[in-house]
Design a protein around this ligand. Structure first.
Ligand code: GLY
Ligand code: MN
Length: 460
């Protein structure tokens, strides 16, 4: 948690943006049962609640009154019954004091407070709930007229959260340092006959020992072509590559997100190195062109150009590179976007709606195949944190579909591509801060050239 002044300052900015527009209602998360009520998933606070009210504690609701400038924290004090199981707990007034909130009330007073505000003709602004219990609670206490997510509130929250302050960057860098250790550990353990499961376990322990835990389910797989592969059942085989996409949260819930791809045999084959170096060139190129005012969709397309050029040199792509990129040929090999914003969420603010976080009126979401999978397209601004994660994958089912449907047949040499059906996939992901003059890498760079990666693997 930051000092109370941080949260007071953040709420003040939000109040000023919505001045005179009524009540902002920000529910925190509740505990979520796994298989019976008392056996819960690890509690993770809602990120917008964390941003304005800082408290990583369940069953709290924050209200910001944009007319009076006052915030109220609704919550119930723990009873002796709770304390028997959980130990002594701070009272709601003490929690409120930690984040500079002067007014508190029990949860039972929330519904009447909303009803009274509505009766006095005031607006209620909410965000889109992403959990069932929050949705049910809002449906119970918020009149239908205000149940749709407030565009005004979403835009104000995004405008604030997408520019990271120095103290937020310091937290993200803590998460990057943990992520660094996780990935070095995975590289060291990458040997024939090692189990994906033991590598996944070893790196997740680091996230728990050094921070809050992982920022998402780690991807640890020698089937890197499956983008979000959450199975850890594989046993590493000579000749394959291990793709690890994993990150950590700092104790204050700021995230990191890195991907590296390591040869199981200890050395990349020529075929692997050729593809790897194209992905690396795309990653480096993204860093060389990202700066304020540059649209991220254009950085995505610049990376796509590098990928298509490289694959053309290998004979997998043919024809004019520019036309191939315009037709979306790269989507056969990289069926995802170059990156996403990162902060309190690993995909920062994704719950608020991609059209507000990754796009805007100037850069609306496109359905065009060259960028249809991009989460982030709009102009970069100083203070934004984005991931840079180009990849090249050979997905047999996708290749077969494109061949059958003659998709981009003018640009794809299918006979050559089909020699890579058992190749797997390579992704190289780093985290980038946009600065006033350009950008900088967050954290110390993990081994990334083929030589650096080979040197990071411990002899088996
Ligand atoms: N690192 C996982 C993702 O960005 O989706
Ligand atoms: Mn990512």
């Amino acid at each position: 948690m930051f000092s109370k002044e941080t949260y007071i300052g953040r709420r003040k900015v939000l109040m000023q943006k919505l001045q005179g527009r009524g009540i902002v209602l920000l529910p925190g998360n509740s505990e979520a049962p796994i298989n019976y009520h008392a056996n819960t998933y690890r509690f993770r606070q809602d990120s917008t609640f964390l941003y304005y009210f800082g408290l990583p504690i369940s069953d709290l609701v924050g209200i910001i009154d944009t007319d009076t400038g006052e915030a109220t924290l609704f919550g119930d004090d723990f009873t002796v019954e709770d304390i028997i199981w959980m130990g002594p707990q701070p009272r709601v007034v003490e929690l409120a004091e930690q984040v500079g909130v002067k007014h508190t009330a029990p949860l039972a007073k929330l519904e009447p407070a909303i009803a009274e505000a509505v009766a006095r003709g005031r607006e209620i602004h909410i965000l889109r709930p992403y959990r069932g219990d929050t949705r049910l609670m809002l449906e119970k206490i918020v009149p239908d007229a205000f149940l749709a997510p407030s565009e005004m509130l979403i835009q104000a929250v995004v405008a604030q959260r997408d520019k990271k302050s120095a103290e937020e960057i310091a937290e993200i860098e803590k998460a990057c340092a943990i992520g660094h250790e996780m990935h070095l550990t995975a590289m060291k353990m990458c040997h024939p006959r090692a189990q994906e499961r033991e590598i996944a376990g070893a790196i997740e322990v680091i996230a728990l020992m050094k921070g809050w835990g992982t920022s998402f389910h780690s991807i640890v797989s020698q089937h890197g072509e499956t983008l979000h592969n959450h199975s850890y059942n594989g046993i590493l085989k000579e000749g394959r590559m291990l793709l690890v996409d994993a990150g950590a949260e700092s104790v204050s819930n700021y995230c990191s997100d890195f991907t590296r791809t390591t040869p199981v045999s200890g050395k990349f084959t020529t075929k692997q190195k050729e593809i790897y170096d194209i992905v690396l060139a795309a990653n480096n190129h993204a860093f060389s062109v990202s700066a304020p005012e540059i649209r991220y969709v254009d950085v995505h397309l610049a990376a796509a150009r590098i990928i298509v050029e490289g694959l053309k040199e290998l004979g997998l792509v043919k024809g004019d590179v520019e036309k191939a990129v315009s037709a979306g040929t790269h989507a056969l090999f990289m069926p995802h976007g170059l990156g996403h914003q990162m902060g309190l969420d690993v995909h920062d603010m994704e719950n608020l709606g991609e059209q507000y976080v990754g796009y805007d009126a100037e850069t609306p979401r496109s359905k065009h195949p060259s960028c249809s999978a991009c989460r982030m397209g709009r102009r970069l601004e100083a203070g934004m944190v984005v991931t840079v994660e180009p990849g090249i994958y050979f997905v047999p089912e996708l290749i077969a579909k494109w061949r059958t449907e003659s998709t981009c047949a003018e640009f794809v040499n299918f006979a050559a591509v089909e020699k890579y059906l058992d190749f797997g996939g390579i992704r190289l992901e780093d985290d980038m801060l946009i600065t006033e003059t350009g950008n900088r890498l967050l954290g110390k760079r993990l081994p990334i050239t083929t030589e650096e990666v080979e040197a990071a693997i411990l002899p088996s």
